[in-house]
Design a protein around this ligand. Sequence first.
Ligand code: ADP
Ligand code: GLC
Length: 484
Amino acid sequence: MPLRICFIASEVAPLAKTGGLADVAGALAKYLHLAGHDIRVFMPLYAQIDRSSLEVWPVEFLQDVSLRLGTQVYRFSVHTARLPGAATMIYLIDCPALYARASIYTNDPDEHVRFIALTHAALMCCQRMGFAPQVVHCNDWHTGLAPLLLGTVFSWDRLFLQAKSLLTIHNLGYQGQFSAAQVADTGLGLQDFDYAETSQGRINPLKEGILHADHLSTVSPTYAREIQTSQYGWGLEDVLRQRTADLSGILNGVDYEEWDPRHDRHLPVHFDARQLQGKAELKRLLMQRAGLEPVATRPLIGMVSRMTLQKGFDLLFDTLPAVLAARDVALTVLGNGDARYEGFFTELQHRFPGRVVFHRGYSEELSHWIEGGADLFLMPSLYEPCGLNQMYSLRYGTVPIVRHTGGLADSVSHFDPATGKGTGIVFNDFDAGGVRWALDTALDWYAQPTLWRRIVHNGMAQDFSWRRQVAEYETLYQRMTGQS
Ligand code: ADP
Ligand code: GLC
């Protein structure tokens, strides 16, 4: 049965993206819409969103709406658009006071207000549209207060009588804490919040979501288990364990309309598992474009990543220089973030000119080139709720080297030369020895063309499509709303 779903997210591709949350929000909304559900997506109208590529029109009865949070009054208007290529309805919350900033996320003192306002605004829009959601699906700390708001500020409204809330945790490492002295910014009182936090002078939006949502999910089965342990729980393992019966792990999918080497709109050449010459040609073009020495037989490792502790770069400080000194291998890295990681790759590029290139910054186009043109893709993550690039890599015949954690463990299996089964190179321990072993193993296998072809083919045959994964969300929604 079609469901009415209110979906709230801080980033949605292709409109605004800093990482995987955007890819997931955009694709999940698209495939739920295609499955016949009435899904309405709410997100901020950031100054960064390119309106010229969108048909945006104002919602007449949602202009100049006042939202009072404490002593502040924010005025917002709402514009609708169809998600490009998907026709899903998006509601853009236009509030320049909050969203006209230099970047999507900021370190500004009102960062929490920016997303609390989004959450309030989304629920207010439902009211004014007379849209009675059966599911309110919120994502990460930014919209983690939605379940609490439904049970307090909005509880008088019969419109939400049937609404069940789902919080999807994409990353437990970001909880959005702010000072309890700023409680008025939430539109709630101190007594509404978890005493364990307020007594310490804090409010923790992600924890509030975990405590109040009807159901919780995270983006892979392994991460769902990991976050209930002290190693991965970021201090929330106890509350997560208390809610273990309501916590599901659903692996993210891939939108193969966006990420497929047979028709990728960002690539100058296309290929598939039977026609791998195209991949070789793309590697040549990528090496040329990046200014790498044009050695076709030299294995090329790619990385595309936010540069944060999560992604495991600390393991590479000693390992990569040693591997580059000992073996004939090239490396192309795209990303930005923490200065120490950016500094490391800048230095590596100077030390190994022609073999290492670091593209500091963000480029959707180049990320597709690296996915397509590299031979190997490195993701040594400290933790990884799901990870998308390893799944993209599999489809592009770019063999992933990953650590056995979270969604990496659920989507890449270690190749076994004896059986010919497996799709990548998987190491267990988060230490330099582990990643060194993985890199050496990968390079040894790359030197054996028949074996390598087998790994590449195994990976390209994998199917992580959203068309399939979306059914898991439908089953969960149905369970939550008592339809199954
Ligand atoms: P996370 O959400 O933790 O960053 P994911 O693997 O889930 O990790 O998703 C990352 C997404 O962001 C992928 O689509 C990846 O290609 C993209 N991405 C990350 N860094 C960059 C960058 N510097 N330029 C372009 N795309 C990037
Ligand atoms: C987060 C995680 C990443 C996941 C993405 C989308 O940013 O770090 O592992 O794939 O969200 O769910």
